[in-house]
Design a protein. Sequence first.
Length: 195
Amino acid sequence: MSKADAISRARRAAGGALAALAIAANGVLAQETPAPVDGGGSGRQIPRYVSLKADRVNLRRGPGTEYPIAWVFRRAGLPVEVIKEFEGWRQVRDAEGTTGWVLSTMLSGRRTALVLPWELHEQAKGDGGAAAVTASATLHYDESERSRPIANVEAGVLASIISCDGRWCRLSIGGVRGYIEQTKLWGAYQGEVIN
């Protein structure tokens, strides 16, 4: 056998092995979440905050109805962060860090926020002894710590964002309007301006 024949045979064998590997990899990749493709999303900024449109939104393990439901959100208006897009699906993350895919039609551009949701997590980790003190944030009349307090808002309360200037957000909570520092909210990025 000539050297050229040996090289040709080796290439064919390597090509067959690569083809088998590619077929096997495709079988595995078909079960994993596909990466977003150019032109497959909305063209909007990622990440970004949105809110849920309905009281029942299925969070799936992948971008399609063939993927199993991992969780069901049961709170219309809940803020979620869009972290990926794939065709008509959005991969979202909630305030607790849970991620999954939802149909884009179940999301709204209406901006909402949770007040101090990380404090709820810290309270849940408590030792179970004495009653936990509920964390709260002060809702102010103006965008200043020295302005008149309107109410103390407990951790986990859902608020509608009216506007944010990068430091303070004007919110509506149960018909009451006021200002809370932006750093105390999950649903607006630090320094983000919302009109």
